[in-house]
Design a protein around this ligand. Sequence first.
Ligand code: SF4
Length: 242
Amino acid sequence: MSPELRQQYLQAMGVQLWQSRFQTETEQDAVAETAIGSPAADNAVVEQVRSETIVSDIPPASIESDLITAVNNCTACELHQNRTQAVIAEGSETARLMVITTAPAMNAESTTSLLAADSSQLFTKMLQAIQLSRTDIYFTSLVKCPLSQDRELRTTEVLCCEQYLNQQIELVKPDLIVALGEVSAQQLVVSKKALPELRGKSYQYQSVPLMVMSHPDDLLNTPEDKRNAWHDLLQIQQKLNA
Ligand code: SF4
Protein backbone atom coordinates (compact mmCIF):
# COMPACT_ATOMS: atom_id res chain seq x y z
CA MET A 1 0.00 0.00 0.00
CA SER A 2 1.29 3.46 -0.80
CA PRO A 3 2.24 5.67 2.17
CA GLU A 4 -0.27 8.28 0.93
CA LEU A 5 -3.15 5.79 0.95
CA ARG A 6 -2.07 4.42 4.34
CA GLN A 7 -2.08 7.95 5.78
CA GLN A 8 -5.49 8.62 4.25
CA TYR A 9 -6.97 5.53 5.91
CA LEU A 10 -5.39 6.24 9.29
CA GLN A 11 -6.70 9.79 9.19
CA ALA A 12 -10.18 8.44 8.40
CA MET A 13 -9.96 6.44 11.64
CA GLY A 14 -9.17 9.71 13.41
CA VAL A 15 -5.46 8.90 13.91
CA GLN A 16 -3.04 11.70 13.12
CA LEU A 17 0.10 10.33 11.48
CA TRP A 18 3.07 12.69 11.33
CA GLN A 19 5.89 11.56 9.07
CA SER A 20 9.19 12.78 7.74
CA ARG A 21 9.62 13.13 4.00
CA PHE A 22 12.65 10.82 4.37
CA GLN A 23 11.03 7.99 6.37
CA THR A 24 11.26 4.45 5.03
CA GLU A 25 8.11 2.33 4.95
CA THR A 26 9.35 0.38 8.01
CA GLU A 27 9.80 3.63 9.89
CA GLN A 28 6.31 4.72 8.84
CA ASP A 29 4.90 1.43 10.23
CA ALA A 30 6.62 2.15 13.54
CA VAL A 31 5.18 5.67 13.62
CA ALA A 32 1.73 4.35 12.78
CA GLU A 33 1.98 1.77 15.56
CA THR A 34 2.97 4.44 18.04
CA ALA A 35 0.26 6.81 16.88
CA ILE A 36 -2.48 4.18 17.00
CA GLY A 37 -1.36 2.66 20.26
CA SER A 38 -0.44 5.70 22.32
CA PRO A 39 -2.85 6.84 25.04
CA ALA A 40 -2.52 10.42 23.81
CA ALA A 41 -3.56 9.42 20.30
CA ASP A 42 -6.43 7.34 21.64
CA ASN A 43 -7.63 10.18 23.85
CA ALA A 44 -7.55 12.39 20.78
CA VAL A 45 -9.71 9.88 18.93
CA VAL A 46 -12.18 9.66 21.82
CA GLU A 47 -12.29 13.46 22.13
CA GLN A 48 -12.86 13.82 18.41
CA VAL A 49 -15.58 11.20 18.60
CA ARG A 50 -17.26 12.95 21.51
CA SER A 51 -17.09 16.36 19.89
CA GLU A 52 -18.92 15.19 16.81
CA THR A 53 -22.64 14.91 16.38
CA ILE A 54 -23.82 11.50 17.49
CA VAL A 55 -25.00 9.48 14.54
CA SER A 56 -28.19 7.88 15.80
CA ASP A 57 -30.24 7.67 12.66
CA ILE A 58 -28.56 4.92 10.68
CA PRO A 59 -31.39 3.72 8.44
CA PRO A 60 -32.86 0.43 9.61
CA ALA A 61 -32.67 -2.38 7.12
CA SER A 62 -36.12 -2.91 5.70
CA ILE A 63 -36.25 -6.56 6.41
CA GLU A 64 -39.18 -8.73 5.54
CA SER A 65 -42.05 -7.89 7.84
CA ASP A 66 -42.49 -11.57 8.76
CA LEU A 67 -39.11 -11.55 10.48
CA ILE A 68 -39.86 -8.31 12.35
CA THR A 69 -43.21 -9.67 13.49
CA ALA A 70 -41.67 -12.98 14.54
CA VAL A 71 -38.94 -11.30 16.60
CA ASN A 72 -41.36 -8.87 18.23
CA ASN A 73 -43.55 -11.77 19.35
CA CYS A 74 -40.75 -14.19 20.23
CA THR A 75 -40.52 -15.59 23.76
CA ALA A 76 -38.04 -18.35 22.97
CA CYS A 77 -35.48 -17.15 25.51
CA GLU A 78 -35.31 -15.15 28.71
CA LEU A 79 -34.16 -12.03 26.88
CA HIS A 80 -37.70 -11.30 25.74
CA GLN A 81 -38.35 -10.02 29.27
CA ASN A 82 -36.06 -7.01 28.55
CA ARG A 83 -37.61 -6.29 25.20
CA THR A 84 -39.07 -2.82 25.07
CA GLN A 85 -37.59 -2.56 21.59
CA ALA A 86 -35.92 -5.32 19.58
CA VAL A 87 -33.20 -4.38 17.09
CA ILE A 88 -33.23 -6.48 13.95
CA ALA A 89 -30.56 -4.75 11.86
CA GLU A 90 -29.39 -1.50 10.36
CA GLY A 91 -27.87 -0.72 6.99
CA SER A 92 -28.55 -2.26 3.61
CA GLU A 93 -30.13 -5.58 2.69
CA THR A 94 -28.05 -5.57 -0.49
CA ALA A 95 -24.75 -5.16 1.35
CA ARG A 96 -21.83 -7.44 0.52
CA LEU A 97 -20.51 -7.15 4.09
CA MET A 98 -22.52 -8.33 7.10
CA VAL A 99 -21.20 -7.38 10.53
CA ILE A 100 -22.50 -9.26 13.57
CA THR A 101 -22.12 -7.92 17.10
CA THR A 102 -23.32 -9.59 20.30
CA ALA A 103 -26.63 -8.00 21.30
CA PRO A 104 -28.46 -4.70 21.37
CA ALA A 105 -28.16 -2.73 24.58
CA MET A 106 -30.22 -0.08 26.31
CA ASN A 107 -28.38 3.23 26.32
CA ALA A 108 -28.59 6.21 28.66
CA GLU A 109 -31.53 7.69 26.74
CA SER A 110 -33.50 4.44 27.24
CA THR A 111 -33.36 3.67 23.56
CA THR A 112 -31.96 0.43 22.21
CA SER A 113 -29.08 0.27 19.76
CA LEU A 114 -26.41 -2.10 18.51
CA LEU A 115 -23.54 0.11 19.74
CA ALA A 116 -23.06 2.72 22.45
CA ALA A 117 -22.56 6.27 21.16
CA ASP A 118 -18.73 6.39 21.40
CA SER A 119 -18.37 2.93 19.89
CA SER A 120 -20.80 3.80 17.15
CA GLN A 121 -18.70 6.81 16.17
CA LEU A 122 -15.49 4.78 16.19
CA PHE A 123 -17.15 2.02 14.16
CA THR A 124 -18.14 4.60 11.55
CA LYS A 125 -14.50 5.78 11.39
CA MET A 126 -13.26 2.20 11.07
CA LEU A 127 -15.54 1.63 8.09
CA GLN A 128 -14.54 4.95 6.56
CA ALA A 129 -10.92 3.77 6.79
CA ILE A 130 -11.76 1.16 4.17
CA GLN A 131 -14.01 3.51 2.26
CA LEU A 132 -17.32 2.09 3.48
CA SER A 133 -20.19 3.86 5.18
CA ARG A 134 -22.66 2.48 7.72
CA THR A 135 -25.24 2.30 4.95
CA ASP A 136 -22.91 0.15 2.82
CA ILE A 137 -23.02 -2.72 5.31
CA TYR A 138 -25.69 -4.85 6.95
CA PHE A 139 -25.21 -4.65 10.73
CA THR A 140 -26.96 -7.03 13.10
CA SER A 141 -26.43 -9.04 16.27
CA LEU A 142 -26.44 -12.63 17.51
CA VAL A 143 -29.60 -11.98 19.55
CA LYS A 144 -32.26 -9.41 18.79
CA CYS A 145 -33.50 -8.52 22.29
CA PRO A 146 -31.46 -6.25 24.57
CA LEU A 147 -28.93 -7.83 26.92
CA SER A 148 -28.55 -6.10 30.27
CA GLN A 149 -24.98 -5.02 30.93
CA ASP A 150 -24.73 -6.90 34.23
CA ARG A 151 -24.58 -10.36 32.70
CA GLU A 152 -23.06 -12.30 29.85
CA LEU A 153 -24.87 -13.71 26.86
CA ARG A 154 -25.67 -17.43 27.18
CA THR A 155 -25.04 -19.90 24.37
CA THR A 156 -28.61 -21.19 24.76
CA GLU A 157 -29.88 -17.68 23.96
CA VAL A 158 -27.69 -17.51 20.86
CA LEU A 159 -29.02 -20.88 19.73
CA CYS A 160 -32.63 -19.78 20.34
CA CYS A 161 -32.08 -16.68 18.19
CA GLU A 162 -29.95 -18.36 15.52
CA GLN A 163 -32.98 -19.02 13.32
CA TYR A 164 -33.46 -15.25 12.84
CA LEU A 165 -29.79 -14.64 12.10
CA ASN A 166 -29.82 -17.45 9.56
CA GLN A 167 -32.90 -15.95 7.90
CA GLN A 168 -31.05 -12.63 7.67
CA ILE A 169 -28.06 -14.30 6.01
CA GLU A 170 -30.43 -16.02 3.60
CA LEU A 171 -32.03 -12.68 2.80
CA VAL A 172 -28.87 -10.56 2.43
CA LYS A 173 -26.57 -13.21 0.92
CA PRO A 174 -23.39 -11.40 2.02
CA ASP A 175 -20.02 -12.12 0.45
CA LEU A 176 -18.31 -11.75 3.82
CA ILE A 177 -19.35 -11.85 7.48
CA VAL A 178 -17.34 -10.10 10.19
CA ALA A 179 -17.81 -11.21 13.79
CA LEU A 180 -17.39 -8.05 15.86
CA GLY A 181 -15.76 -8.77 19.21
CA GLU A 182 -14.80 -11.84 21.17
CA VAL A 183 -18.28 -13.05 22.20
CA SER A 184 -19.65 -12.85 18.68
CA ALA A 185 -16.52 -14.55 17.32
CA GLN A 186 -16.59 -17.37 19.88
CA GLN A 187 -20.25 -18.09 19.18
CA LEU A 188 -19.98 -17.96 15.39
CA VAL A 189 -16.82 -20.05 15.08
CA VAL A 190 -17.79 -22.27 18.05
CA SER A 191 -14.62 -21.77 20.07
CA LYS A 192 -13.61 -20.72 23.56
CA LYS A 193 -10.36 -19.15 22.37
CA ALA A 194 -9.69 -15.50 23.12
CA LEU A 195 -10.01 -12.96 20.31
CA PRO A 196 -6.25 -12.56 19.71
CA GLU A 197 -6.11 -16.27 18.87
CA LEU A 198 -9.19 -16.13 16.66
CA ARG A 199 -8.41 -13.03 14.57
CA GLY A 200 -6.34 -13.14 11.39
CA LYS A 201 -7.83 -16.48 10.28
CA SER A 202 -10.54 -17.42 7.79
CA TYR A 203 -13.71 -19.24 8.86
CA GLN A 204 -17.12 -20.00 7.42
CA TYR A 205 -20.59 -19.50 8.86
CA GLN A 206 -23.58 -20.80 6.91
CA SER A 207 -21.16 -21.32 4.00
CA VAL A 208 -20.22 -17.62 3.98
CA PRO A 209 -16.56 -16.63 4.58
CA LEU A 210 -16.17 -15.15 8.06
CA MET A 211 -13.48 -13.03 9.70
CA VAL A 212 -13.07 -11.84 13.25
CA MET A 213 -12.13 -8.40 14.52
CA SER A 214 -12.13 -6.37 17.74
CA HIS A 215 -15.27 -4.67 18.98
CA PRO A 216 -15.06 -0.84 19.02
CA ASP A 217 -15.85 -0.95 22.78
CA ASP A 218 -12.65 -2.93 23.28
CA LEU A 219 -10.63 -0.65 21.00
CA LEU A 220 -11.70 2.37 23.03
CA ASN A 221 -10.59 0.57 26.20
CA THR A 222 -7.43 -1.01 24.76
CA PRO A 223 -5.86 1.37 22.27
CA GLU A 224 -2.88 -0.90 21.65
CA ASP A 225 -5.23 -3.28 19.78
CA LYS A 226 -5.91 -0.65 17.12
CA ARG A 227 -2.93 -1.72 15.05
CA ASN A 228 -4.34 -5.25 14.75
CA ALA A 229 -7.77 -3.81 13.97
CA TRP A 230 -6.21 -1.76 11.19
CA HIS A 231 -4.68 -4.88 9.66
CA ASP A 232 -8.02 -6.71 9.98
CA LEU A 233 -9.77 -3.84 8.18
CA LEU A 234 -7.26 -4.08 5.35
CA GLN A 235 -7.92 -7.82 5.09
CA ILE A 236 -11.66 -7.17 4.95
CA GLN A 237 -11.12 -4.65 2.18
CA GLN A 238 -8.88 -7.10 0.33
CA LYS A 239 -11.50 -9.88 0.53
CA LEU A 240 -14.27 -7.56 -0.67
CA ASN A 241 -12.13 -6.43 -3.59
CA ALA A 242 -11.05 -9.96 -4.57
FE1 SF4 B 1 -36.51 -14.55 20.72
FE2 SF4 B 1 -34.05 -13.83 20.03
FE3 SF4 B 1 -35.47 -12.24 21.62
FE4 SF4 B 1 -34.53 -14.57 22.54
S1 SF4 B 1 -33.32 -12.80 21.87
S2 SF4 B 1 -36.62 -13.77 22.83
S3 SF4 B 1 -34.71 -15.89 20.72
S4 SF4 B 1 -35.93 -12.76 19.48
